[in-house]
Design a binder for this molecule. Structure first.
Ligand code: NAD
Length: 313
């Protein structure tokens, strides 16, 4: 396993991070036993970064159970606040309650990283003036170690980081912007590095678009994107290659990105994703050819995304 420093946090994290959304059956039903087993297998094989949220079904509870017997220094947990199954609330009061609830579900004394979750659905000015100051209070109390924020539109990160004191927001979590079909995060990397902000990307498989079984029903991408990705997956299969492995290799190959989070919930996926990472250095010519072919199929939709959050954000 490869480890990197996460921005200025000093945390030493595995480049391949465990995305916990599938643990809460967000991508389809999962048995708790199999989910717990996948987390323990991931730790055994060197993954030390786990990401969940109160809005990923019962993922926090499942992760808490899986980590119960594991020494605390063996893992880094990030969870989120502000987004819940019944909507968004970035008020200081809700966020303070939310962190206590997460600590209880995760069975932890502290959370390593607390993200303001999908801030484009709230008021960015409220996040700056109310949510982040509340989280700074929790940092002083020792309930959280570092503060982050997540969301889809890239402009939200610059908006907040331009308006808070340096060192206030330690990390950002961007998703679906560093995958085979969309690598627009690249443009923001120099700015984030300059600010010392750690970079986490999520959804290298574009939330299921780059899997042989295809995306879940709720996937927000327009048909044009779904069709192009399905075409790429079929092309790979015909050539005896696996689209998920190619997609993961692509996302893991940027050294400026500290962590690539892949959603997992079975030991088989843990093995496949670690194998894709281990094989990175040894990509065969065959694999490079297929990457070019996939890029050509995806060219008409390159960097196309979908609207997300409040129009003003
Ligand atoms: P993903 O692109 O990682 O895809 C996950 C899907 O791929 C799941 O159905 C999973 O079962 C499947 N999968 C995983 N490994 C596979 C393999 N080797 N072969 C075939 N299928 C495989 O999407 P994701 O789960 O949305 O993103 C990763 C994680 O990042 C999430 O679990 C979550 O922790 C985080 N995330 C955060 C935000 C946010 O904060 N706004 C948004 C998206 C994702």
């Amino acid at each position: 396993m490869k480890y990197t420093k996460l921005g200025s946090t000093g945390l030493e994290v595995s480049s391949l991070g465990f995305g916990g959304a599938p643990l809460g059956s967000v991508f389809g039903p999962v048995s708790q036993e199999s989910a717990i087993e996948s987390v323990r297998e991931a730790i055994r094989l060197g993954i030390n970064f786990f990401d969940v949220s109160p809005c990923y079904g019962n993922a926090e509870t499942v992760l808490g159970r899986a980590l119960e017997s594991i020494p605390r220094e063996k893992f880094v947990v990030s969870t989120k606040c502000g987004r819940y199954s019944d909507g968004f609330d970035f008020s200081a009061q809700r966020v303070l309650e939310s962190v206590d609830e997460s600590l209880e579900r995760l069975k932890l004394d502290y959370i390593d990283i607390i993200h303001c979750h999908d801030i484009e659905f709230g008021s960015l000015d409220q996040v700056i003036s109310e949510t982040i100051p509340a989280l700074l209070g929790l940092k002083r109390q020792g309930k959280v170690r570092f503060i982050g924020m997540s969301g889809l539109p890239l402009a939200i990160f610059r908006y907040v980081l331009d308006r808070v004191e340096p060192g206030t927001v330690d990390v950002i979590l961007s998703y679906c912007h560093y995958s085979l079909n969309d690598s627009s995060l690249e443009g923001l990397i120099p700015y984030l590095k300059d600010k010392g902000v750690g970079i986490i990307t999520a959804s290298p498989l574009a939330m299921g678009l780059f899997t042989e079984s295809g995306p879940p029903q709720w996937h927000p991408a327009p048909e044009e994107i779904k069709e192009a990705c399905a075409k790429a997956a079929t092309h790979c299969k015909l050539k005896g290659q696996n689209i998920s492995e190619i997609a993961l290799k692509f996302s893991l190959s940027n050294p400026d990105i500290a962590i690539t989070l892949v959603g997992m919930c079975t030991t088989q996926q843990v093995h496949e994703n670690i194998k894709a990472m281990d094989n990175l250095e040894r990509s065969s010519v065959d694999c490079e050819n297929i990457l070019d072919e996939v890029k050509e199929i995806l060219a008409p939709i390159k960097n196309k995304t979908w609207p997300c959050g409040r129009p003003e954000n």
